[in-house]
Design a protein around this ligand. Structure first.
Ligand SMILES: NC(=O)c1ccc[n+]([C@@H]2O[C@H](COP(=O)([O-])OP(=O)(O)OC[C@H]3O[C@@H](n4cnc5c(N)ncnc54)[C@H](O)[C@@H]3O)[C@@H](O)[C@H]2O)c1
Length: 396
């Protein structure tokens, strides 16, 4: 859970390092016996073209792919990489020896298929959120990661937003006392509607057309799992359809009637968490508030609420969160205010470091599924009018 960079960072993997990795994490054949600057391939030239792996001193982008020419060019320019492929499948087929890891930034419904395809080819994977859209697919990814020992990490921006880092460290230091109640939310008005530009892609409906909010729960749950490490074990969720422009029910690929979903979850430590995702609401962004016995902390809110904290006896005070991205937690070239609340460079760095240092990443397969699976069950609950449902455990 720490954000500190390892004090003696191993910059290169030799044969001995690769053997240790093989023993501890399974086999990583592509790293054996050579100097290991991580060679990364990037799939998906939308959000996938805006990251920072190439700024890490131990990483180079050696291949890029998208189905669409314009996006291939965008990737090529962003990462200064001229090995360009027309699809992930083609890249794995023709060039698999030229990369060790893949950043899977394709559409959310393809994450499971593409992640499994890459891991079966022996590649470490960082996947855009969410892990998958069904519990069955989460189980397949967990089983494949455990069998192969490859690094798997979901690229969840909430985890490395600066207030989330600060809250995680306060929690680790016991400052909250018991952190009894959290509220974590993600609001993004217009997603999935007929008229939103993201809903249509080259003349057809995109994967976002009518997308169920709770199948995208990780920006919310990152602010719980990324702070306390808790698991949602039971959940009840309500859904609603607010906007006329939202193509509900049979008018979308998910048979989804809802554009807003809000859930109440019970955690494995007996605490309560309200988590939600809304596509039709006059508010925007990710927000957490963490209420403990001794301390409560509040991220700034859509209504202009300040970033604040308060103890049991004291009044409100500003909550000063450092710009962690300015510090030596990142390699020097990555110390800039990257996207999504300063999180993007941290995520790129963590994936590369985990491979080089032969360790699990912070958002490993278990944490990633803990941010994904409760949303899948919450959506099921909403379809059943708020039924209280158990969330299965995917932990080892
Ligand atoms: N804050 C965040 O963490 C954040 C923000 C935006 C998007 N995302 C996630 O990132 C992912 C990508 O988002 P987006 O907005 O770029 O989506 P998008 O649909 O615009 O782009 C996906 C791209 O993947 C490409 N693709 C699909 N199948 C492919 C294949 N077989 N081979 C090569 N390329 C393939 C498509 O051509 C497309 O360009 C999504 O899963 C989304 O949920 C996360």
């Amino acid at each position: 859970m720490s954000n500190q960079r390892a004090p003696t960072r191993r910059r290169f993997l030799g044969v001995a390092g690769a053997s240790m990795l093989a023993t501890r994490m399974g086999t990583a054949p592509s790293l054996r016996g050579r100097r290991a600057k991580v060679r990364l391939a990037v799939a998906g030239g939308g959000f996938g073209a805006s990251h920072h792996w190439h700024e890490h001193p131990d990483c180079e982008v050696t291949a890029v792919t998208d189905l669409v020419e314009e996006r291939r060019q965008r990737l090529s320019r962003a990462y200064r990489c001229d090995r360009v492929f027309p699809s992930l499948e083609d890249m794995l087929d023709r060039a698999r020896d030229t990369f060790d890891a893949v950043a899977v930034f394709t559409d959310a419904p393809s994450h499971c298929t593409h992640t499994l395809m890459c891991m079966e080819a022996g590649k470490h994977v960082t996947s855009a959120c969410p892990v998958a859209l069904t519990l069955e697919d989460c189980a397949k990814i967990k089983a494949t990661q455990e069998r192969t020992g490859l690094v798997y990490m979901m690229h969840e921006s909430s985890w490395y937003r600066q207030p989330c880092i600060a809250a995680r460290e306060l929690y680790r230091d016991g400052a909250f006392g018991r952190l009894a109640y959290s509220e974590v939310e993600y609001f993004h008005p217009g997603i999935g509607t007929r008229t939103n530009p993201l809903s249509r892609w080259r003349g057809t409906n995109s994967w976002r057309w009518g997308f169920p909010p709770m199948l995208y729960p990780t920006h919310s749950l990152g602010l719980l799992v990324g702070v306390t490490g808790e698991r949602i074990v039971r959940v009840s969720c309500l859904g609603q359809k607010v906007g006329d422009d939202f193509p509900g029910g049979g008018d979308n690929a998910y048979d989804n009637p809802f554009d807003n979903e809000m859930a109440l979850g019970h955690t494995n430590r007996g605490n309560i968490c309200r988590f939600g995702v809304c596509w039709q609401i006059a508010a925007h962004g990710e927000r957490g508030q963490w209420l403990g016995e001794k301390l409560s902390c509040f991220m700034p809110g859509s209504a202009g609420q300040p970033q604040a904290r308060r103890g049991v006896d004291g009044g409100w005070e500003p909550w000063d969160v450092p710009d962690y991205w300015r510090t030596d937690r990142l390699p020097e070239p990555m110390r800039h205010d990257s996207g999504h609340g300063g999180s993007a460079a941290f995520l790129s760095c963590e994936f590369v470091d985990a491979i080089v240092q032969q360790r699990r990443p912070t958002c490993d397969v278990y944490e990633s599924i803990a941010m994904t699976a409760p949303g899948i069950v919450a959506h099921r609950s909403a379809l059943q009018g708020g039924a209280l449902l158990d969330v299965p455990s995917f932990d080892p």
